[in-house]
Design a protein around this ligand. Structure first.
Ligand code: NAP
Length: 335
């Protein structure tokens, strides 16, 4: 019997906040493999904030997804059949092949996941792109070192939760900013952050930060932008470093943003601000992975996954990122 693939395609481009109507589920038969190809099945799909940018009809660092095309994204799961000598049935592979149940690949860009003590889903989170983003953003861009005070926004998310824990391993003081008290409890009680601020209930984020950062902020790891970032700038320490990782507060914005307006703080504090993309560090992934893996295996880095079942629920899982519904890495379990 023919195998039926299910995939989620872009049905329309969102204006402002993305909605489920911007997506469509389609089915098609899985074709026969050509020589050199491999067929694998998705066990998990990663949904990530950057995908919102791909839904717009504008090129940024990557081309947009076309209407009717499968949504961009990474899946992980077992090889079902192979005509590629590098992969055999049962191998676990991860690849950026989109929101779909089955994928055919020529093998280029696939990652073979070695069996280990941690679940394979971690290869999409703490031991995948988000973990690597945290690692290089904190250690290379922010240049965090022992004794520094590190502030991270989006602190209970996939990237932010790892940033704070690496900073603690390196001997920093860490303050996280996130959107609920439950999230703050998790990062302070379980992950070891020194303090947390709930930006949704705080009357004055700068004042609260001042109490938690008496020596100022040496490293600011920015996942969100907007008013939260405005609130951190006045507290920058001399020669501080700011990593612009993400600006999720603006991804669904309809109005053009006017800022940044607070750059004079960079003059006063001789601060360095740098945007970065994790893929700029591709050649150094092999340097980070053993260290991240050891930290996770030894429990020095803890992680949480927010799992929603069913490919058909991927749009809901994705939209939840913009409503703060996830704690830790948002995943979709497909089979
Ligand atoms: N530069 C790179 O190479 C790179 C790589 C990976 C990710 N990123 C960026 O890093 C950021 C975090 O990504 P992630 O995968 O770890 O996502 P995530 O933090 O796991 O999920 C997104 C979180 O953002 C917060 N959020 C949503 N809307 C917000 C708003 N208006 N203001 C403040 N916070 C808001 C929510 O938490 P709250 O409950 O706290 O609001 C939500 O849980 C994103 O901006 C992403 O684009 C960049």
């Amino acid at each position: 019997m023919a195998t039926i693939n299910q995939k989620i395609v872009l049905a329309s481009r969102p204006v402002g906040m993305v909605s489920e109507s911007n997506f469509r589920l389609v089915e098609e038969e899985v074709r026969e493999l050509n020589e050199g190809e491999v067929l694998f099945r998705a066990q998990y799909l990663s949904v990530d904030p950057y995908m919102r940018g791909r839904m717009n009809d504008t090129k940024s660092y990557a081309d947009p997804v076309g209407i009717g095309e499968v949504m961009t994204g990474e899946i992980i799961g077992p090889v079902e059949s192979s005509k590629n000598p590098r992969y055999k049935e049962g191998d676990i592979v991860a690849g950026r092949v989109g929101w779909q149940k089955y994928a055919i690949s020529d093998g280029k860009g696939l990652r073979k996941i070695k069996p280990s003590s941690v679940p394979i889903s971690t290869s999409l989170g703490v031991l995948g792109m988000p973990g690597l983003t945290a690692y290089f953003g904190l250690l290379d861009v922010c240049q965090a070192k022992e004794g520094d005070t590190v502030v991270v926004s989006g602190a209970a998310g996939a990237v932010g939760s790892v940033v704070g824990q690496i900073a603690k391993i390196k001997g920093c003081r860490v303050v996280g900013i996130a959107g609920s008290d439950d999230k703050l409890n998790w990062i302070t009680e379980e992950l070891g952050f020194d303090a947390g601020i709930n930006y949704k209930t705080s009357e004055n984020i700068t004042e609260e930060l001042k109490n938690h950062c008496p020596q100022g902020v040496n490293c600011y790891f920015d996942n969100v932008g907007g008013p939260i970032t405005d609130a951190v700038f006045p507290l920058l320490a001399l020669n501080s470093h700011i990593a612009i990782c993400g600006q999720i507060s603006m991804y669904n914005s309809e109005k053009g943003e006017k800022g940044p307006r607070l750059l004079w703080n960079l003059i006063v504090k001789r601060a360095t601000i740098q945007g970065f993309l994790v893929f700029d560090y591709f050649d150094r992934f092999s340097e980070a992975m053993p260290e991240l893996t050891e930290w996770v295996a030894s429990g020095k880095i803890k992680y949480r996954e927010n799992v929603i079942d069913g490919l058909e629920n991927a749009p809901r899982a994705f939209i939840g990122l913009f409503k703060g519904e996830n704690t830790g890495k948002q995943l979709v379990r497909i089979s």
